[in-house]
Design a protein around this ligand. Structure first.
Ligand code: ZN
Length: 496
């Protein structure tokens, strides 16, 4: 038995100015890993591709691993990068195989295709019309019909923060191996509702997504092979952005369709609870100071979420609005993770550890799609640390995967320790702080450029959480996002 296993993961923020060349998928190398290198990178990790490898080895299958390409969210993917990845998968399938297992994101937009995954599936079906194709998808999938029509099995993450990537791979992969063994005949139903849930209201610990995902699990207990609700990724101006559902059953098309409609109806009924109302930044910081004053330092930090500039939603990670307000308000004993400013890191490396310097920090990237100019902030401090920015996730999210922040430095203003990095990485793992010698549990405040994923590895440290409305291309304020391509009407952009 020969199984093609591949990964192509990118969540595209069509408003993001951050470019997406092939190098963004390549970590420290020139191109994404292939073959033995890809196997080494993902074997025994908490990823969907790691689960596919485990299942294929259990089945005694020959594994063909043409490419494992994953990039942090950013703007539309360069055509050359897309073709590099897709042609390797096409070639592996063209050589012949019994099944294809794909670890995809589900919200990839390229310069040419608004539906990167659907285009991949169209091409694979042209090569191998009958081969079973099982797909693991991120909960932020914007589901296009081409993907659902051409897949045999689809399973989506049921948690946000995404701490079940591995389990999702198992759900998709097991259904495909059961089909290969002649035990099941997967039948897939899918559908959408015209709604764009705000990311800040999508956490699976929070209602209404908690109940939606619980119902998915219950439907699987009742006999579905896989049941998934995709809350969608709204910072993407594409026709099919928004909420969708997929249910796969063993040969029962009517039941798959009925369950899909049930999930979609539940989501639609809860649509108002997916709307996010940001609080003015000045009020948030005052509230944070009041919260901090009410408790001993040992209670743990008050987390200040700079949620409009989260790099795991395509943020530049260099807007200075929230950090600037923290500096202006005089908050002390703060760690800020992180500002992405490679030039500032180089200046700090040149100055050396212990040196004092004044920097025009952050604000290097303009954001023309939302009509925002980059605005650096003058910051004075002492260089406390310089490092290579590599760390391996402790988990529970993406456990065991390697991160590359690039050359990294910590600037200490006396009140705020600012982590300055050269490649965007979202702080969702304790190891990110360990890499820069900061114990986040001992800080009064933690400023995180994150929306929901920080909860995976850091929430247990927090005494309180304050959402801080800054600036950036992953704002949850839809009035700041010029939508032109998403299908209309759609809630809450239009009153439905
Ligand atoms: Zn996601």
């Amino acid at each position: 038995m020969r199984v093609v296993i591949a990964q192509m993961k990118h969540e595209t923020n069509t408003f993001s100015p951050v470019p997406t060349p092939l190098a963004r998928f390549a970590g420290e190398h020139a191109t994404p890993p292939e073959g033995a290198d890809a196997y080494q990178a993902y074997k025994d990790t908490g990823s969907a591709i790691g689960a596919f490898i485990e299942l294929a080895e259990e089945a005694g299958a020959e594994i063909v691993l043409p490419v494992a390409a994953s990039a942090w969210p950013s703007g539309p993917v360069d055509d050359a990068a897309y073709e590099h990845i897709v042609r390797r998968i096409e070639a592996a399938v063209a050589d012949g195989c019994d099944a294809v297992l794909l670890d995809l994101h589900g919200a990839m937009v390229t310069r040419t295709h608004e539906d990167g995954e659907g285009e991949l599936l169209r091409r694979l079906r042209a090569i191998a019309p009958q081969v079973p194709i099982g797909i693991a998808l991120d909960m932020h999938t914007n589901l296009f019909p081409a993907l659902a029509h051409n897949a045999t099995v689809i399973a989506g993450y049921q948690t946000y923060p995404h701490v079940d990537m591995f389990e999702t791979g198992l759900r998709a992969g097991r259904a495909v191996f059961a089909q290969l063994a002649g035990r099941v005949q997967p039948t897939l139903a899918f559908g959408q509702r015209p709604m764009l849930p705000h990311v800040m209201r999508q956490g699976s610990d929070d209602s209404p997504n908690r109940e939606l995902q619980a119902r998915c699990k219950a439907i699987e207990m009742e006999g579905a092979l896989c049941a998934s609700v995709f809350v969608g990724f709204p910072n993407a101006d594409v026709s099919q952005a928004g909420l969708s559902a997929v249910v796969v059953t063993d040969g029962d098309a009517e039941r798959a369709a009925r369950w899909t409609e049930e999930l979609l109806d539940l989501a639609w009924q809860a649509r108002a609870a997916f709307v996010y109302q940001p609080e003015p930044l000045v009020e948030s910081l005052a509230r944070a100071q009041a919260l901090s004053a009410q408790q001993p330092a040992a209670a743990g930090p008050v987390v200040l979420l700079d949620h409009s500039d989260n790099c795991a939603s395509g943020g530049t990670m260099d807007t200075m609005t929230v950090l600037g307000a923290i500096l202006d308000a005089g908050l002390a004993d703060v760690a800020a993770f992180a500002i992405c400013d490679p030039g500032a890191v180089q200046m700090m490396m040149h100055a050396g550890v212990g040196a004092e310097l004044q920097l025009a920090l952050g604000g290097k990237m303009d954001m023309p799609a939302i009509d925002l100019q980059g605005s650096p902030r003058s910051v004075k401090g002492r260089v406390r640390l310089i490092c290579d920015g590599r760390y391996r996730n402790l988990g529970p999210m993406a456990r065991g995967e390697l991160n590359h922040m690039g050359p990294t430095a910590v600037l200490d203003t006396g009140k705020v320790e600012i982590v300055v990095i050269s490649r965007q990485v979202e702080p969702h793992d304790l190891a990110a702080f360990q890499a820069v010698g900061i114990d986040p549990a001992r800080k009064r405040y933690l400023m995180l450029k994150s929306r929901i994923h920080w909860r995976a590895g850091l929430r247990r440290l927090a005494s309180a959480v304050v959402e801080c409305n800054g600036t950036g291309v992953c704002t949850s304020d839809y009035t700041a996002l010029p939508f032109h391509h998403v299908r209309r009407p759609i809630y809450p952009l239009d009153p439905l």
